[in-house]
Ligand binder design. Structure first.
Ligand SMILES: NC(=O)C1=CN([C@@H]2O[C@H](COP(=O)(O)OP(=O)(O)OC[C@H]3O[C@@H](n4cnc5c(N)ncnc54)[C@H](O)[C@@H]3O)[C@@H](O)[C@H]2O)C=CC1
Ligand code: BAL
Length: 498
């Protein structure tokens, strides 16, 4: 359950008083990087420095993977009974809950995300994820195979080993939870590499896990750059799996690292260019518009599943855009620590520049800006709707990862499906219609891992999340499918003949 929202003044006071973690978390303790190097992390909303963080490198990866491997092999976590792991993880979730305000503020300071989202969504969903996977593990049974009476064949699941979890900056805490929930529950030892932009919550969460009883060496966090920490983890021969969320280009590198090292299992959750398809039979255009606005602008559009392409029947475009404009007025942008604001800052100056460059691309392509289209002081980008976007436009094809919605029209359902599938990505999609047959037809025809009907969403913890095509590879986050990917399947064949 979400903790109650505080006032802007209380959040500002908390932001001044909370202790920020700055060192790597290795083998149960905070430590500086072995090189002694640090990097600065800033609050993107103000540009002010927050802390100097340990800048880890390949030597830290070696030491940490060795500690994680030792923990895995001596069984201090991997061989506890599922019930014992469950109780420790439930205690861990309770500690997260007791520190919910602090975690929400840390996340907002580090990422520019609005506090109301961190407090109402990221933190409670992260806690729920840990609890759900903790509760799952002592309810899963292994199998016996139907091999007849001369043998007993057991098919058992075992934790896969030392897992590298490489994280993005857009949902630092929630993506951490999606990956640590199932991997810790399965009995793995983990080495987390947060994005350099957003390291704080991962470090604090590791400390709380240790306090709850997760043994030393099992949950480690190494802050640092992709080349310094991500690549050595991806290439390490004692890392048996990597689960990654981030860009498709970096995802490809992890496949290369695995191919060139130990063929570790690689699970990738990558980019998206997700269509919201609106058919002309929709009666409640206002509700459709409300969901489309949330889908496009939630988390400032810094979301792999953001509805970034609106594919709407030409007869209802004008009416729908009018309703979209009305709902956009509810999305106030400003100080992320003010709970009235639903839009905060872009995560970094570099990302702000990438996103705002699409205003210039739209102008070059002579596209019409229906709403928004400006930047504001600092690294704030107005929620923006660009109309008349053709399928060859950069705004139609490229993942912008910001609050920019591209509008394209169609005349037939077949054309809508073709437009929706005209992307290298296949992560998520939405279809809005009052015709059940069309809903099912379009949902089945779109090549995407999650399709929502008459709403925007990512399902809940019981449903798998991940993509088709260049949006994903090798598995799914959330649900029992997430648990399965952190395990190996072993056959034990026992000859029982006399
Ligand atoms: N699917 C998603 O949720 C995300 C998608 N993106 C997309 O990627 C674009 C670029 O954002 P970035 O932060 O540059 O994403 P990225 O994919 O480069 O970063 C994700 C993670 O990979 C690590 N990494 C980066 N380069 C690496 C390398 N060579 N080897 C190993 N690890 C490496 C990063 O340090 C970070 O922890 C965004 O504009 C957006 O389009 C970004 C973040 C999340
Ligand atoms: N929206 C959760 C997954 C992601 O953006 O990476």
């Amino acid at each position: 359950m979400a903790a109650e929202l505080l006032t802007a003044a209380r959040y500002a006071a908390l932001a001044q008083s909370i202790q920020l973690p700055t060192q790597a978390f290795v083998d149960g303790a905070f430590r500086p990087a072995l090189s002694g190097k640090t990097f600065e992390t800033t609050n993107p909303a103000t540009g002010q420095s927050l802390a100097q963080i340990a800048a880890c490198g390949p030597e830290d990866v070696d030491v940490t993977v060795a500690a994680a491997k030792a923990a895995y092999e001596d069984g201090r976590w991997s061989r506890l009974s599922p019930n014992e792991r469950k109780h420790i993880l439930l205690r861990f979730a309770d500690l997260l809950e007791q520190n919910a305000h602090e975690l929400a503020v840390m996340e907002t300071l580090d990422s520019g995300k609005p506090i109301r989202e961190c407090q109402n969504t990221d933190v409670p969903e992260a806690i729920h994820t840990i609890r759900w996977h903790a509760e799952l593990i002592d309810k899963l049974y292994d199998h016996t195979a139907p091999v007849g009476s001369n043998a007993l064949a057991l098919v058992v699941r075992e934790p896969i080993g030392v897992v590298g979890l490489v994280l993005p900056w857009n949902f630092p805490l929630l993506m951490l939870a999606w990956k640590i929930g199932p991997s810790l529950a399965a009995g793995c030892s983990i080495v987390v590499k947060p994005a350099k932009e957003t390291t704080l919550t991962a470090l604090r969460v590791a400390e709380l896990a240790h306090e709850a009883g997760v043994p030393a060496g099992v949950f480690n966090v190494l802050p640092g750059g992709g080349r310094d920490v991500g690549e050595p983890l991806g290439r390490h021969r004692d890392v048996t799996m990597v689960s990654f969320t981030g860009s498709t280009d970096t995802g490809r590198l992890f496949l290369q690292y695995a191919a060139e090292s130990n063929l570790k299992r690689v699970v990738l959750e990558c980019g998206g260019k997700n269509p919201a398809v609106v058919l002309n039979d929709v009666k409640d255009l206002d509700t459709a518009a409300q969901h489309i606005v949330a889908g496009a602008f939630w988390n400032m559009g810094e979301n792999c599943s953001a509805s970034s392409r609106l594919i709407v029947h030409e007869d209802i475009k004008a009416a729908l855009l009018e309703r979209i404009g009305a709902h956009m007025r509810d999305w106030k942008m400003g100080d992320p620590l003010d709970p009235d604001n639903r839009l905060g800052a872009m995560v970094s100056k570099a990302h702000f520049e990438k996103v705002s460059a699409y205003f210039a691309h739209a102008a070059e392509e002579k596209l019409a800006v229906a709403f928004g289209g400006q930047t504001e002081q600092g690294v704030f980008v107005q929620p923006t709707v660009v109309d008349g976007v053709g399928r060859d436009s950069r705004l139609f094809q490229e993942e912008i990862f910001g609050p920019i919605l591209a509008v394209t029209t169609f005349r037939t359902v077949a054309e809508a499906i073709a437009l929706a599938n005209d992307s290298v990505y296949g992560l998520a999609a939405s279809v809005y219609t009052d015709d059940l047959r069309n809903a099912i037809k379009v949902a089945r025809a779109i090549h995407a891992g999650v399709v929502t009907v008459n709403c925007f969403g990512e399902g809940d913890i019981t449903t798998p999340f991940g993509g088709y095509k260049e949006s994903g590879f090798g598995g799914r986050d959330k649900s029992q499918w997430a648990h399965d990917q952190y395990t190996e399947i072993k056959t034990i064949w026992i000859d029982t003949q006399d």
